[in-house]
Write a protein that binds this ligand. Structure first.
Ligand SMILES: [Zn+2]
Length: 236
């Protein structure tokens, strides 16, 4: 487990340790933000218990590698209203994703990987949207990669937990990490609406974050990540 910021912990696992689950201290326990892949379930449960117990799971979005542990944590699961249908469905590959746009072999391998990462249908206990508060963070809506993609923002130390608003790995290949200090808007194959995905990366840039902790790979850090993120919005 790695300390990302005051009261924020990161658990990494699965494929090259590139899948991220965050735990945010909240009262006597923690809120779990994102749920990684199914293979991380045992480690996620142990981590949540070690930190005082998970009061609720908040999904950044409902893709298989972000809802994987959600059904097995034993806490109520929340997401944005626009993610409820996908979260509660059995489908591992949601129809708006067009993986045929990816180069080979990624376009052939990802469907299998998505099924393997998936923890399956997840009952949603309630919804959260922009303006709500989660464990001292403000919820922001970043639609594009998924319609109900959300992030968590804490102004006091400029920390953003952003799920897949940006990738710190190469989303057109099999998840090779990007060079240190680089970020990217998701490849269009991974977008519900690519134009909105680019806008959302710019919205994140305008916050001038110092820490961008994403759904995959190590958090990005800098005094002001605005320029890095503005460049990231233009990658695809
Ligand atoms: Zn995703």
């Amino acid at each position: 487990m790695e300390r990302v910021a005051d009261g924020v912990w990161l658990l990494q696992g699965d494929l090259r340790n590139s899948m991220n689950i965050y735990f945010i201290e909240d009262g006597d326990g923690v809120v779990q933000f994102d749920a990684g892949s199914k293979a991380m379930a045992k480690k996620a449960r142990a981590t949540g218990e070690e930190l005082g117990g998970v009061s609720r799971v908040v999904l950044g979005h409902a893709h298989p590698d972000h809802r994987g542990t959600a059904p097995s944590i034993g806490a109520p699961v929340y997401c944005h209203p626009d993610e409820v249908e996908e979260a509660e469905s059995d489908a591992s590959l949601w129809p708006y994703l067009d993986l045929s746009m990816l180069p080979a072999p990624a376009r052939w391998i990802f469907p299998t990987l998505l099924r393997r990462w998936d923890g399956g249908a997840t009952k949603i206990a309630g919804t959260i949207a922009e303006g709500n508060e989660v464990a001292g963070f403000r919820v922001l809506h970043f639609p594009g990669h998924a319609p109900g993609q959300i992030g968590l923002w804490r102004e006091s130390d400029r920390v953003a937990l952003v799920s897949d608003v940006v990738y710190l790995l190469d989303s057109a290949r099999l998840g090779k990490p990007l060079p240190a200090g680089e970020a990217s808007v998701p490849h269009p194959a991974w977008s519900w609406d690519h134009a909105k995905a680019k806008e959302s990366v710019r919205k994140l840039a305008a916050l001038e974050p110092k820490v961008v902790a994403a759904g995959h790979e190590e958090p990005l850090r800098g005094e002001n990540l605005r320029e890095t993120l503005e460049r990231a919005a233009e990658k695809y």
